[in-house]
Design a protein around this ligand. Structure first.
Ligand SMILES: Nc1ncnc2c1ncn2[C@@H]1O[C@H](COP(=O)(O)OP(=O)(O)OP(=O)(O)O)[C@@H](O)[C@H]1O
Ligand SMILES: [Mg+2]
Length: 196
Protein backbone atom coordinates (compact mmCIF):
# COMPACT_ATOMS: atom_id res chain seq x y z
CA UNK A 1 0.00 0.00 0.00
CA UNK A 2 2.95 2.29 0.51
CA UNK A 3 5.65 3.46 -1.78
CA UNK A 4 9.04 1.84 -1.26
CA UNK A 5 10.63 3.23 1.86
CA UNK A 6 13.93 4.19 0.48
CA UNK A 7 15.43 4.54 -2.91
CA UNK A 8 18.74 2.75 -3.14
CA UNK A 9 21.37 4.95 -4.71
CA UNK A 10 24.32 2.66 -5.33
CA UNK A 11 27.57 4.54 -5.55
CA UNK A 12 25.95 7.85 -6.33
CA UNK A 13 28.72 10.25 -7.38
CA UNK A 14 29.83 12.43 -4.56
CA UNK A 15 27.58 10.63 -2.14
CA UNK A 16 29.85 8.30 -0.25
CA UNK A 17 33.52 8.76 0.41
CA UNK A 18 35.50 6.12 -1.44
CA UNK A 19 36.60 4.62 1.87
CA UNK A 20 32.97 3.72 2.49
CA UNK A 21 32.62 1.75 -0.69
CA UNK A 22 30.99 -1.62 -0.28
CA UNK A 23 33.52 -3.07 -2.66
CA UNK A 24 37.00 -3.71 -1.42
CA UNK A 25 38.04 -4.70 -4.95
CA UNK A 26 38.21 -1.04 -5.92
CA UNK A 27 40.36 -0.28 -2.93
CA UNK A 28 43.50 -2.40 -2.96
CA UNK A 29 44.84 -0.78 0.21
CA UNK A 30 41.73 -1.58 2.23
CA UNK A 31 42.60 -3.39 5.41
CA UNK A 32 40.61 -6.58 5.95
CA UNK A 33 40.46 -5.78 9.65
CA UNK A 34 38.46 -2.65 8.98
CA UNK A 35 36.03 -3.86 6.38
CA UNK A 36 33.25 -1.45 5.65
CA UNK A 37 29.93 -1.89 3.98
CA UNK A 38 27.58 0.94 3.30
CA UNK A 39 24.16 1.79 1.98
CA UNK A 40 22.69 5.08 0.88
CA UNK A 41 19.09 6.07 0.50
CA UNK A 42 17.03 9.12 -0.16
CA UNK A 43 14.16 9.14 2.30
CA UNK A 44 11.26 11.31 1.22
CA UNK A 45 9.03 11.46 4.28
CA UNK A 46 8.75 10.58 7.97
CA UNK A 47 6.74 7.49 7.02
CA UNK A 48 9.58 6.30 4.77
CA UNK A 49 12.01 6.88 7.63
CA UNK A 50 9.86 4.67 9.87
CA UNK A 51 9.86 2.00 7.17
CA UNK A 52 13.65 2.17 6.87
CA UNK A 53 13.80 1.64 10.62
CA UNK A 54 11.53 -1.39 10.39
CA UNK A 55 13.77 -2.89 7.71
CA UNK A 56 16.91 -2.14 9.66
CA UNK A 57 15.41 -3.91 12.66
CA UNK A 58 15.38 -7.17 10.71
CA UNK A 59 19.17 -7.05 10.46
CA UNK A 60 19.78 -6.45 14.15
CA UNK A 61 20.89 -8.96 16.77
CA UNK A 62 21.44 -8.79 20.51
CA UNK A 63 24.60 -6.85 21.25
CA UNK A 64 24.40 -4.65 18.17
CA UNK A 65 25.21 -0.97 18.52
CA UNK A 66 23.59 1.51 16.15
CA UNK A 67 24.86 5.08 16.23
CA UNK A 68 22.59 7.77 14.80
CA UNK A 69 24.11 11.06 13.77
CA UNK A 70 22.58 14.06 12.10
CA UNK A 71 21.50 17.55 13.03
CA UNK A 72 18.64 18.48 15.34
CA UNK A 73 15.39 17.28 13.86
CA UNK A 74 17.10 15.18 11.20
CA UNK A 75 14.95 12.18 12.00
CA UNK A 76 17.06 10.07 14.37
CA UNK A 77 14.24 9.44 16.80
CA UNK A 78 11.82 8.81 13.94
CA UNK A 79 14.14 6.12 12.60
CA UNK A 80 14.43 4.64 16.10
CA UNK A 81 10.64 4.51 16.34
CA UNK A 82 10.61 2.35 13.20
CA UNK A 83 13.34 0.19 14.70
CA UNK A 84 11.24 -0.27 17.81
CA UNK A 85 8.25 -1.29 15.70
CA UNK A 86 10.38 -3.71 13.70
CA UNK A 87 11.84 -5.25 16.83
CA UNK A 88 8.41 -5.49 18.41
CA UNK A 89 9.21 -3.72 21.64
CA UNK A 90 6.98 -2.26 24.28
CA UNK A 91 6.36 1.46 24.72
CA UNK A 92 6.39 4.34 22.32
CA UNK A 93 9.83 5.38 21.20
CA UNK A 94 9.99 9.10 21.84
CA UNK A 95 12.77 11.62 22.15
CA UNK A 96 14.69 10.70 25.28
CA UNK A 97 15.79 14.30 25.78
CA UNK A 98 14.85 14.35 29.43
CA UNK A 99 16.30 10.98 30.25
CA UNK A 100 19.61 9.70 28.99
CA UNK A 101 18.40 6.22 28.17
CA UNK A 102 15.18 4.31 27.98
CA UNK A 103 14.75 0.56 27.84
CA UNK A 104 11.99 -0.92 25.70
CA UNK A 105 11.51 -4.61 26.50
CA UNK A 106 10.53 -6.97 23.73
CA UNK A 107 6.89 -7.95 23.50
CA UNK A 108 8.07 -11.31 22.19
CA UNK A 109 11.29 -13.27 22.26
CA UNK A 110 13.50 -10.61 20.73
CA UNK A 111 16.10 -8.37 22.31
CA UNK A 112 15.14 -5.24 24.23
CA UNK A 113 15.82 -1.88 22.63
CA UNK A 114 17.97 0.50 24.64
CA UNK A 115 17.50 4.00 23.26
CA UNK A 116 20.15 6.44 24.40
CA UNK A 117 20.38 10.19 23.93
CA UNK A 118 24.06 10.87 24.46
CA UNK A 119 23.67 14.61 23.97
CA UNK A 120 24.01 15.22 27.70
CA UNK A 121 26.25 12.25 28.33
CA UNK A 122 29.24 14.32 29.31
CA UNK A 123 31.34 11.52 30.69
CA UNK A 124 30.86 9.16 27.78
CA UNK A 125 30.70 5.45 28.25
CA UNK A 126 31.50 5.30 31.96
CA UNK A 127 28.52 7.46 32.65
CA UNK A 128 26.35 5.21 30.54
CA UNK A 129 27.48 2.15 32.46
CA UNK A 130 26.67 4.04 35.64
CA UNK A 131 23.10 4.49 34.50
CA UNK A 132 22.54 1.06 35.94
CA UNK A 133 20.07 0.09 33.24
CA UNK A 134 18.04 -2.89 34.26
CA UNK A 135 19.18 -4.80 31.23
CA UNK A 136 22.31 -6.44 29.89
CA UNK A 137 23.81 -4.44 27.04
CA UNK A 138 25.21 -7.54 25.24
CA UNK A 139 21.67 -8.92 25.20
CA UNK A 140 20.14 -5.72 23.86
CA UNK A 141 20.04 -3.71 20.70
CA UNK A 142 21.51 -0.33 21.62
CA UNK A 143 20.63 2.74 19.61
CA UNK A 144 22.47 5.93 20.46
CA UNK A 145 21.65 9.43 19.25
CA UNK A 146 24.50 11.95 19.40
CA UNK A 147 26.96 9.26 20.41
CA UNK A 148 29.87 10.25 18.21
CA UNK A 149 33.09 10.36 20.18
CA UNK A 150 31.38 8.97 23.27
CA UNK A 151 30.29 5.37 22.91
CA UNK A 152 32.63 3.87 20.31
CA UNK A 153 34.52 2.05 23.07
CA UNK A 154 31.51 -0.19 23.56
CA UNK A 155 32.43 -2.23 20.50
CA UNK A 156 34.36 -2.14 17.22
CA UNK A 157 31.30 -3.59 15.53
CA UNK A 158 29.00 -0.67 14.91
CA UNK A 159 26.37 0.45 12.49
CA UNK A 160 26.69 4.16 11.79
CA UNK A 161 23.64 5.94 10.42
CA UNK A 162 24.07 9.51 9.23
CA UNK A 163 20.99 11.51 8.33
CA UNK A 164 21.28 14.74 6.36
CA UNK A 165 18.84 17.06 4.78
CA UNK A 166 19.57 16.50 1.10
CA UNK A 167 21.70 19.17 -0.49
CA UNK A 168 19.63 21.45 -2.68
CA UNK A 169 16.48 20.07 -1.12
CA UNK A 170 13.47 22.21 -1.85
CA UNK A 171 11.00 20.29 0.25
CA UNK A 172 11.62 19.99 3.93
CA UNK A 173 11.08 16.25 4.17
CA UNK A 174 13.84 14.85 2.01
CA UNK A 175 16.68 13.20 3.90
CA UNK A 176 19.87 11.57 2.71
CA UNK A 177 20.64 8.53 4.84
CA UNK A 178 23.95 6.70 4.87
CA UNK A 179 24.24 3.43 6.76
CA UNK A 180 27.76 2.14 7.30
CA UNK A 181 28.67 -1.14 8.94
CA UNK A 182 31.98 -1.27 10.77
CA UNK A 183 33.84 -4.34 11.94
CA UNK A 184 33.59 -8.08 11.60
CA UNK A 185 29.92 -8.21 12.55
CA UNK A 186 28.88 -6.20 9.49
CA UNK A 187 31.54 -7.33 7.02
CA UNK A 188 29.33 -9.86 5.29
CA UNK A 189 25.94 -8.27 5.87
CA UNK A 190 24.24 -7.22 2.65
CA UNK A 191 22.93 -3.76 3.53
CA UNK A 192 21.31 -3.53 0.11
CA UNK A 193 18.34 -5.44 1.56
CA UNK A 194 17.38 -2.18 3.24
CA UNK A 195 16.12 -0.99 -0.12
CA UNK A 196 13.90 -4.03 -0.72
N1 LIG B 1 12.14 12.31 5.87
C1 LIG B 1 11.97 12.51 7.17
N2 LIG B 1 12.45 11.61 8.05
C2 LIG B 1 12.29 11.80 9.37
N3 LIG B 1 11.67 12.84 9.93
C3 LIG B 1 11.17 13.78 9.10
C4 LIG B 1 11.30 13.65 7.70
N4 LIG B 1 10.71 14.73 7.13
C5 LIG B 1 10.25 15.47 8.12
N5 LIG B 1 10.49 14.92 9.31
C6 LIG B 1 10.11 15.50 10.60
O1 LIG B 1 11.29 15.93 11.24
C7 LIG B 1 11.20 15.67 12.63
C8 LIG B 1 12.31 14.73 13.04
O2 LIG B 1 12.31 14.64 14.43
P1 LIG B 1 13.16 13.57 15.21
O3 LIG B 1 12.81 13.74 16.65
O4 LIG B 1 13.02 12.24 14.60
O5 LIG B 1 14.63 14.13 14.92
P2 LIG B 1 15.97 13.86 15.75
O6 LIG B 1 17.05 13.74 14.73
O7 LIG B 1 15.79 12.73 16.68
O8 LIG B 1 16.14 15.23 16.55
P3 LIG B 1 16.98 15.52 17.88
O9 LIG B 1 18.37 15.85 17.42
O10 LIG B 1 16.30 16.70 18.47
O11 LIG B 1 16.95 14.30 18.75
C9 LIG B 1 9.83 15.08 12.90
O12 LIG B 1 8.95 16.11 13.25
C10 LIG B 1 9.46 14.49 11.54
O13 LIG B 1 8.07 14.46 11.33
MG1 LIG C 1 16.02 12.59 18.75
Amino acid sequence: MEAPAARYVPGEPGGVPSSSSASSASSPVASPASSVTSFEAVVQSPEQMLELGRRLAKLLRPGDLVMLNGELGAGKTTLTRGLGEGLGVRGAVTSPTFVIARVHPSLGEGPPLVHVDAYRLGGGLDEMEDLDLDVSLPDSVIVVEWGEGKVEELTDDRLHVVIHRAVGDTTDEVRQVTVTGLGERWASVELGVLSA
